[in-house]
Design a protein around this ligand. Structure first.
Ligand code: COS
Length: 384
């Protein structure tokens, strides 16, 4: 749903210019230094990017999901690490509170997330708990006035920068499944939290990912998200359903950039006496990428609109995420192929993007988990 097309166009144009003129020239530096310049983070805060998904009554821009994905696609035009700066605040770091928080939790946390004063991060995955997210082992034991959280969370995006974590922890020690998991909002300055060393990754340099270790970390009762125990897994799933649509948009944005790189390179590079774009087999590679990217975009936009209309989109969000992330993997592969030997050399952007996009098929649910969700939802729908 687009509330005001003119307002959205203006914002999107400003983001497009910022991405192309300011961020694209910084890509190599960020990749080499594994660090986003502090000025960039400040500029993103000033543009309101940290708060696009947060309601206007909580000082955000109150974008609908269809509006948000248009911005996410623009950010796909540059290294994914730039979007990750504000990505957790817009998505998995704030949405548990936006979707299921109490009015008090919303009033306290959301304006802080919206301004970027507080960096949010989502702590679900553990050393032994990845796809089987309901099996969370991190424990939240009741104590006077709250809970003591103990356990290790793994591969947590933005953990080294975070001011607050949404933590999924088991409150019902007599359970081993999703029913005993609760969600908490935890101040990163609390005693009993240790942040691990940032991981060395295959790609997406500039994004920080690390362990978060909780040992008897006290969390007050008012930080139990929604104020109800046992709802944490469902909250996490709702956050991920929404996040999967956003990630689809980023994949599509990256695919468009890779197609542009392929068109530019193949128009310049000459073999057999003419630019390689004049050769039909090269045209086929690029045409397949354009077609798949358009298909992913049509699917993603339709799911985002259905989400805004309040429809059940579990199946469609999983389908969009699976299709878009697999699609951009193929597009990156073809982009390297179009570049030939140059595509294997790090001086060319496609080499970096080839590594960056591999993560999209894994995080916020692997392709195999999306397949499970699609099949289960389809079976559930025919059963009713
Ligand atoms: N929205 C709301 N509720 C949901 C839901 C959703 N998308 N998905 C499941 N639930 C509910 C179910 O309805 C069920 O409720 P009841 O107990 O009241 O019936 C409950 O949650 C448990 O669901 P289910 O039995 O389906 O859970 P499973 O343990 O079988 O797990 C999968 C389901 C595999 C789909 C889930 O664990 C998953 O998505 N895993 C991937 C996690 C992931 O994406 N990790 C990435 C890291 S975070 S960046």
């Amino acid at each position: 749903m687009i509330r005001d097309a003119e307002m959205l166009d203006q914002f999107t144009d400003a983001v497009r210019r910022y991405v192309r003129e300011r961020l694209v020239p910084l890509e190599e530096q960020v990749s080499n230094e594994d660090q986003i310049p502090a000025e960039v983070v400040t500029e993103m805060k000033e543009m309101g990017l940290f708060g696009i998904s947060i309601a206007e009554e909580h000082s955000g821009l109150g974008f609908t999901l269809e509006e948000e994905v248009r911005i996410a696609m623009e950010f796909g035009h540059t290294a994914p690490a730039f979007r990750s700066v504000f990505g957790t605040n817009v998505g998995i770091g704030s949405q548990a509170i936006s979707i299921d928080g109490t009015p008090e939790q919303k009033a306290y946390w959301l304006p802080r997330f919206a301004s970027g004063e507080t960096i949010g991060s989502f702590a679900l995955t553990e050393p032994d708990v990845g796809s089987d997210a309901g099996a969370v082992k991190t424990a939240a034991r009741p104590t006077d006035g709250g809970y003591l959280i103990s356990g290790t969370k793994r591969y947590i995006t933005n953990a080294p920068l975070a001011d607050a974590f949404t933590v999924m922890a088991r409150t019902a020690s007599d359970t081993a499944d999703a029913s005993g998991v609760s969600a908490f909002i935890v101040d990163a300055k609390s005693d009993g939290i240790t942040i691990g060393k940032p991981e060395k990754k295959m790609g997406q340099q500039g994004t920080k990912v690390s362990d978060v270790i909780f040992s008897d970390c006290f969390v007050p009762t008012e930080n139990l998200i929604g104020g109800v125990e046992g709802m944490g897994f469902k909250t996490a799933m709702k956050v991920l359903d929404r996040g999967r649509i956003h990630i689809s948009a980023v994949c599509i944005g990256v695919a468009k950039r890779l197609i542009q790189e392929s068109l530019n390179y193949s128009s310049d590079r000459k073999q057999f006496g003419k630019p390689i774009i004049g050769h039909q087999l090269v045209q086929a590679l690029i045409s397949d990428s354009i077609t798949e990217s358009l298909a992913a975009e049509a699917l993603m936009l339709s799911v985002a609109r259905d989400y805004d209309d309040g429809k059940d989109i579990k199946l469609e969000a999983a389908a969009a995420k699976m299709f878009a992330s697999e699609m951009v993997g193929r597009v990156a592969d073809r982009a390297v192929q179009v570049h030939g030997g140059a595509g294997y050399i790090s001086e060319y952007a496609v080499e970096r993007f080839y590594r960056d996009v591999r993560l999209f098929r894994i995080y916020e649910g692997t392709t195999q988990i999306q397949q499970l969700v699609i099949a289960r939802e389809a079976m559930r729908r025919i059963a009713v």
